[in-house]
Design a binder for this molecule. Structure first.
Ligand SMILES: NC(=O)c1ccc[n+]([C@@H]2O[C@H](COP(=O)([O-])OP(=O)(O)OC[C@H]3O[C@@H](n4cnc5c(N)ncnc54)[C@H](OP(=O)(O)O)[C@@H]3O)[C@@H](O)[C@H]2O)c1
Length: 302
């Protein structure tokens, strides 16, 4: 017997919401029903991108659905959940439902636990955070597969989402609510701060008089190779350069040069250098070399 796809409503079909909706709709995993963004124009644009769904101006008028994704910005998730709970209550949506027949409400924030949706109980609640950047929805349609999605929340909810993301070629990882914040912080440091670091590197190359196009061309192969080395060898064995070699003289000259051009970048160089010394000690850096580097890197600009 063929089962019908579960229906899915979306509150906040922005970059993430419309990408997931399009993928799930195209593969027949969910049938996209109602969408509601802040503006009607943006909701219509999401419907056009997904190729399915209907535009709603407010949560109150949205139709019933098996699953509801709240994919607004993080700071709007709890407010939207309250509004949805009011809608459930006004429509009697949860009356007479059993644990199996209640709708699933989920969000995709990495920083917030499923409990941000507590207002919607006794509906099932869950959070599903894809470790993926949805900066460009069109690109994400082809690049999401292979990403990991961190799941947390009620068993019934996480089970549905595990299946839905597996059908998109994603791995899933189960987390407790207590793990979520540091899990997300770790992902942010690797992904977002790598971007920040690249920007600081470009600023430093610009201070050396190298134009951005040349600088990007120069960095791309070495940065790509460094990322590959990190995943193949682990950070301790991937680390190269003056800190890994114990080259105190070069580190001192570089720090002094930065302190003259940009003190904020110099501070970051100092702090990351100190972390680098600890990392290098896991392989070849001797205690003597480490002490020399630390005394240089602990010296703050006057
Ligand atoms: N982007 C990523 O790479 C990424 C990765 C993993 C997880 N996430 C998570 O995914 C969620 C959405 O992020 P995003 O980047 O997709 O955000 P986004 O592109 O800014 O989209 C947010 C959407 O929510 C709508 N919205 C805001 N407040 C609303 C409200 N009160 N009622 C109804 N709709 C509302 C906005 O409508 P308008 O268009 O009308 O303003 C917009 O369409 C967040 O929880 C985020 O942490 C994002």
């Amino acid at each position: 017997m063929q089962t019908r796809p579960l229906t899915l409503n979306i509150i906040g079909a922005g970059r993430l919401g419309k990408t997931l909706a399009r993928l799930w709709q195209d593969r027949g995993i969910f049938s996209v029903a109602g969408l509601c963004n802040r503006s009607r124009e943006s909701t219509q644009a999401a419907v056009d991108f997904i190729g399915a769904g209907d535009v709603y101006s407010d949560i109150m008028s949205m139709p019933e659905a098996d699953c509801w994704l709240i994919a607004t910005g993080d700071n709007e998730i709890a407010t939207s959940a309250h509004r949805l709970a009011e809608r459930f209550s006004a429509r009697g949506s949860l009356k007479g439902t059993t644990a199996e027949s209640r709708p699933l409400i989920f969000h995709c924030s990495g920083a917030l636990p499923a409990a941000a949706l507590n207002a919607c109980r006794p509906a099932a609640i869950a959070s599903a955070h894809p470790v993926h950047s949805f900066a460009d929805p069109e690109r994400s349609l082809t690049t999401l597969q292979g990403s990991t999605v961190a799941l947390e929340g009620d068993d019934t909810g996480t089970q549905v989402l595990r299946g839905a993301f597996a059908m998109l070629g994603c791995d899933t990882l189960s987390l407790s609510p207590e793990q979520k914040l540091l899990y997300h912080t770790g992902s942010v440091m690797a992904c977002n701060y790598l971007t920040v670091l690249l920007d600081l590197s470009l600023q430093t190359l610009a201070a050396a008089g190298i134009d951005e196009q040349t600088a990007r061309k120069l960095l791309e192969p070495i940065v790509t190779q460094t990322v590959r080395n990190n995943f193949a060898l682990g950070p301790a064995h991937a680390l190269t350069g003056p800190v890994a070699r114990g080259d105190a003289e070069t580190v001192q000259k570089q720090l002094q040069a930065l302190q003259k051009t940009d003190r904020a970048i110099a501070e970051i160089y100092r702090q990351l250098g100190l972390a680098g010394v600890e990392l290098a000690q896991k392989t070849d850096l001797s205690d003597n070399q480490a002490n020399q580097l630390q005394s240089i890197l602990r010296e703050q600009a006057k």
